[in-house]
Design a protein around this ligand. Structure first.
Ligand code: ADP
Length: 462
């Protein structure tokens, strides 16, 4: 199924959120305003009816014991327009003035109009209810005012149009906000998608074998910046791996061709009877075969690590014998080069894979011996505390250049290739060391200075 692009998703998401928020605000504001409006109109109607009753009471002339019916008539006719239908009675409940008796037709007409207006505007039914107000002159009861009005309340068209205009304002705000949300969503989406698109095109170029890609300086956000840097780092690693692979093919071909040519030419001469098969010549052939076999061994070790076959058989063992036995293997070369070897190791035990750790010591010591000139000095130190075991191999050899230093643990990496071919290394030893130490959950590092020597430190947790 085709996925919608980020711009559409973001802008429609923004619009949906704004729509929901505005709809909630509109509905709740509408309900609240309407209920407050109705409560206000009801209380206002009751207050006005009370005021009318008071005003009617004032039309009683106590001295003459009579009512000012002219004024009551004026008030009554005027009040009809506001929806109040007045009847004035004396204390014996005799009618003094009654709007219905006075102008029945007008009354009916106004009442019908109020009923139909309110049904239309309020969408609900109401009814006319008559309320009786006793009227006093001082403390003396002088009569009753019966005032009839529409309940729950009567409001004219102007009052309702105020409510409608509030709704229209909310709708306009809603439309403007949704349009704003869509535009903001598009702008945001553009800011997010353009660096994403650039990363996509960079990864496509990398997939096509073009590793010459640089960081995106216009990434827009910290996360995109990190993604861009991760892509660059990935490209650099792939580039290095590709070069290593290419170099490996050349190296392996060269490493194999030289001894094989030597062996072939030696054997040919001996087969044709030109050379005697003397022990020296046969030993020469044997050494060449040993070199080939060493290279194949290295490649096999790497293959096992690659295939994740580095299964550890951990046990607790004393470290000193392991160091001494490994050092003994290099006794002849150490003596030949007049190197002094110092082993610093207290009576400590370590919990690790004995054979793998022996391999680590062998590889580090073999390098130290290989890359240390005559009369140099090598120190092997093993220490441990409660939480870790640390092995340090220090030599006063030729050292490693700062350019090579970050790469020496990579497989098939050889610092000085022409020199290394002579010394016979294939650039696998340190990669194996790193894989073994990492499998123990530890880490290995190197410090080195050209002409002064190198220090390799391997540390594994206990
Ligand atoms: P190699 O079999 O070539 O020695 P390694 O993986 O053991 O392969 O080492 C990688 C490279 O690191 C070597 O080719 C060498 O250039 C450099 N190196 C390793 N150990 C030392 C050391 N002790 N002194 C100087 N250079 C070293």
């Amino acid at each position: 199924m085709k996925k919608r692009n980020l711009s559409t998703q973001l802008s429609s998401g923004f619009a949906a959120i704004v729509f929901i928020v505005i709809a909630l605000i509109s509905v709740s504001a509408n309900l609240l305003i309407r209920s407050r409006f109705e409560a206000y109109m009801e209380s206002e109607q009751i207050r006005l009816a009370g005021e009318l009753a008071d005003e009617l009471a004032n039309q009683y002339d106590a001295e003459a014991a009579s009512w000012n019916t002219d004024y009551i008539h004026g008030m009554g006719m005027y009040a009809v327009n506001d929806g109040y239908f007045i009847k004035v009675l004396d204390i014996q409940k005799n009618v003094i003035w009654d709007i219905e008796q006075h102008d029945m037709a007008c009354c009916k007409e106004v009442m019908n109009k109020i009923s139909s207006d309110m049904e239309r505007l309020r969408n609900a039914n109401g009814s006319f209810v008559s309320h009786e107000y006793p009227m006093y002159h001082g403390q003396t009861l002088i009569g009753y005012a019966e005032i009839m009005y529409y309940t729950p309340y009567y409001a004219n068209e102007n009052a309702f149009s105020f409510l409608y205009s509030l709704n229209i304002i909310l709708v306009v705000i809603g439309i403007v906000s949704i349009v704003g949300a869509v535009i903001t969503g598009l702008i945001f989406a553009r800011r997010i998608t353009s660096p994403v698109s650039r990363v996509i095109s960079r990864t496509r170029r990398i997939a096509g074998g073009d590793y010459s890609t640089a960081d995106d300086n216009n990434a827009g956000s910290a996360e995109m910046q990190e993604l861009s840097q991760a892509v660059t780092a990935m490209a650099q690693t792939l580039d290095r791996q590709e070069k290593l692979r290419a170099r490996l093919t050349g190296d392996v071909a060269h490493e194999l061709r030289t001894p094989l040519t030597n062996i072939a030419s030696h054997l040919e001469m001996m087969c044709e009877g030109i050379w005697e098969p003397t022990p020296e010549r046969l030993t020469g052939c044997y050494e060449e075969i040993q070199r080939i076999s060493g290279l194949v061994d290295d490649m096999e070790k790497l293959h096992r690590i690659d295939a994740d076959q580095l299964v550890l058989h951990k046990s607790s063992f004393v470290v000193r014998p392991l160091l001494e036995n490994t050092a003994a293997m290099f006794e002849r070369e150490i003596a030949d080069k007049n190197i002094t070897l110092e082993i610093n190791c207290d009576d400590i035990s370590v919990n690790a894979d004995h054979d793998r750790i022996a391999q680590v010591v062998t590889n580090l010591l073999s390098n130290a011996v290989k890359y240390t000139e005559n009369s140099g000095h090598i120190t092997v130190t093993a220490e441990r505390d409660d939480s870790s075991f640390r092995l340090t191999v220090r030599d006063t050899g030729i050292g490693i250049t700062p350019e090579d230093l970050p790469h020496v643990f990579e497989r098939f990496y050889r610092a000085d290739r022409s020199r290394n071919r002579r010394t016979g290394g294939s650039g696998v030893g340190l990669a194996v060391v790193k894989a073994i130490i990492n499998a123990h959950g530890g880490s290995v590092c190197v410090q080195s200075e050209i002409g002064k020597g190198s220090v390799f430190i391997a540390e594994i947790p206990q």
